[in-house]
Ligand binder design. Sequence first.
Ligand SMILES: [Zn+2]
Length: 354
Amino acid sequence: MKIPTEPIGSIPRPGYLLEAMSAFAQAKIPEAEFNQALEKALKETISLFEQTGSPVITDGEQGKPSFATYPIHGSRELAPDGVVIPFADGHTRQLPKFTGRKFKYENFAGNYLKRAKQLTSLPVKQAVISVSALSLLYPQEGIDGYTQTQFIADLLNEAEKDIRQCFNNGAYTVQIDFTEARLAIKLDPSKSLLKMFIDLNNQVLDRFTKEEQNRIGVHTCPGGDNDSTHSADVGYPELLPYLFQLHAGNFYLEYAAEKNKKDTLRSIKESVQPNQRVFLGVTNVLDKRIETPQEIRDLILEAADILPPSQLGTTDDCGFSPFADDISTARDLAFAKIKARVQGTILAESQLRL
Ligand SMILES: [Zn+2]
């Protein structure tokens, strides 16, 4: 029995790349010098990724400033005082807000993929940010001469282009990072906000064929950053009946760090559709302890007792460093956990064959 296994995306950036990123942002080094550092980091990251045995890899998001802000990085049409996201440990992340009259992406994820594809022959997965996350860029007070409806229409077009370019550039799968799903329930327990987010994301997904939708996945988690989370107190049973209404074939769920695994599995079983696959997180990215392949195997076998094994896959709970400046996890730790995921998945496969 084959169990597909894929990473989420990010790997902590090496120190020299973070220094080059910051120096380039402050115009202290030319772009060519930054590009040299990025190329070096990409080569190293992809080579280490290949050594984990992971059948599908990513570029470790080495060039992304963050999983959420890459499309607007470098834009001059932003103000710093957008939506604030509070984390459980007290730290916050603040989104910028859009101030222009025509929203467009400055960078497309397909460009990262193109660079990575030149450095490996393994299948490469590419993550993109959800339209629901970027919808938060529209300021609450509105923009003169540019309505929210116009903004959303432009955003949907750009997000479609973002995914299409990934496919055109040879993405094995495309993953939409929907890390604000549980946060939406926390902010609005009536779930109106969540339903609006699901609807927005479906408006993008509906622009793709069934075959393409089968190669598109959605990642959800309680938002890992600096070893903390923003919405772990919202239980999966609250979210999953809505999440699986997304018109996508694959779902990458944070799971290893979940306290109530049985309830999560039962809730998945109730809501998952027959054409959908669930990749369960089997490595806790917020925990420094490296899981053993045996405990990962047991986690998968336990899940396979409740869920149809043919609809199972494995992944990491989240990216190891969704924001470039998050250095709370060491690179070698991230790769050791990935290796454990791959080995644990192989062990489970051999048991499920019996
Ligand atoms: Zn995540």
